[in-house]
Design a protein around this ligand. Structure first.
Ligand code: SF4
Length: 320
């Protein structure tokens, strides 16, 4: 983890005693150090999607994203001030507008509809998701079954399913494999954000149902796990932990749960206004991390606010 404030602060002042000026150096050790986790904030796919939207804006496009681009109200608000708006279905796009496919991806049918209606389509599907779509599509073309481990209601899974609708099954866990028919040379892939152990457990269960060879391709992206591992290793060292992220962002909520395991004073916040100074009184080390949809500008703003609070608390200590 990286400190974002200095470990200590020195304050010197003059003390007058009985007409005699005695120069004294008073050393105040800064009691609050802010440490940021080794991995935090925007993942590769989200950062790329935001950059692609910004490029389209720079070209003067009227940008409309199919579904919210990311799960962060503050970043969505910032993009809205640049004219970016959200649509819920391809039918809402107009000629003259640019449609953006977000990092989760969409089905080939939805993409085709957007291409037909919009003047331009910016495909910001994360390359890690594109890989899953391509694997599913190729296996279906070979008339093999595809088992995708994930949440069937998640937009990423709906998109992947669309690449092999007649050959795919989406299962959450081993228990759901029991309901599957015999599987022909199955391919097993995963939603990018699921737990590794669950994936391998399902893969083993699929092998027992397979006729022919089972191909297992781990398509889990490490971004979520890396952020959780980094938060976990910092959480045991700090007295309070702030996780910056949307309350409706599942990866931010998971980060909160990870931090709470070791640090009781862990808080999920969306803005600096939610920091309660009383929670920080007496804290020597404060941890900071952010979900994969949290922009850097917001993390910097909140880091700065924590530093200001730390200096305020030091000054309070200094007045003796
Ligand atoms: Fe891509 Fe991974 Fe980010 Fe999902 S979490 S958008 S797969 S980098």
């Amino acid at each position: 983890m990286k400190p974002i404030s200095f470990a200590f602060n020195q304050i010197s002042d003059n003390i007058f005693t009985g007409g005699l000026e005695i120069l004294s150096l008073r050393v105040i050790y800064k009691i609050m150090e802010v440490l940021i986790a080794d991995e935090y904030g925007f993942c590769f796919g989200v950062e790329r999607a935001v950059e692609m939207v910004e490029e389209a804006l720079a070209e003067g496009d009227t940008v409309r994203t199919l579904g919210p681009l990311i799960h962060n109200d503050q970043e969505m608000g910032r993009l809205a001030t640049h004219g970016v708006s959200t649509i819920n279905a391809p039918v809402q796009i107009q000629r003259g507008e640019t449609a953006v496919i977000r990092a989760h991806g969409v089905t080939p049918q939805v993409e085709a509809e957007l291409r037909e209606k919009a003047s331009k389509v910016v495909d910001a599907t994360c390359p890690f998701v594109t890989k899953v779509q391509k694997l599913a599509s190729r296996a279906a073309a070979q008339d093999r079954h595809v088992v995708v481990v994930g949440n069937p209601d998640h937009p990423e899974m709906i998109g992947v399913f669309g690449y092999a609708p007649k050959h795919s099954f989406i299962v959450r866990d081993v228990a759901e494999v029991a309901a599957l028919p015999r599987l022909k040379n199955p391919l097993v892939v995963s939603q990018t954000t699921i737990k590794l152990q669950n994936f391998y457990d399902v893969a083993e269960a699929v092998k027992a149902k397979a006729d022919g060879e089972t191909q297992v391709v781990n398509t889990i992206c490490s971004a979520t796990r890396d952020r959780q591992d980094a938060a976990r290793s910092l959480a045991g060292e700090v007295d309070a932990f702030y996780i910056i992220g949307g309350r409706h962002s599942s990866n931010s909520r998971k980060l909160l749960a990870v931090c709470q395991e070791q640090c009781e004073k862990s808080f999920l916040i969306e803005t600096e206004d939610e920091i309660n100074v009383e929670d920080l009184r007496g804290a020597r080390k404060v941890g900071l991390t952010a979900g994969a949809s949290t922009p850097n500008w917001l993390i910097e703003k909140i880091g700065k606010r924590l530093e200001e609070i730390g200096i305020g608390l030091d000054n309070e200590m200094a007045v003796t």
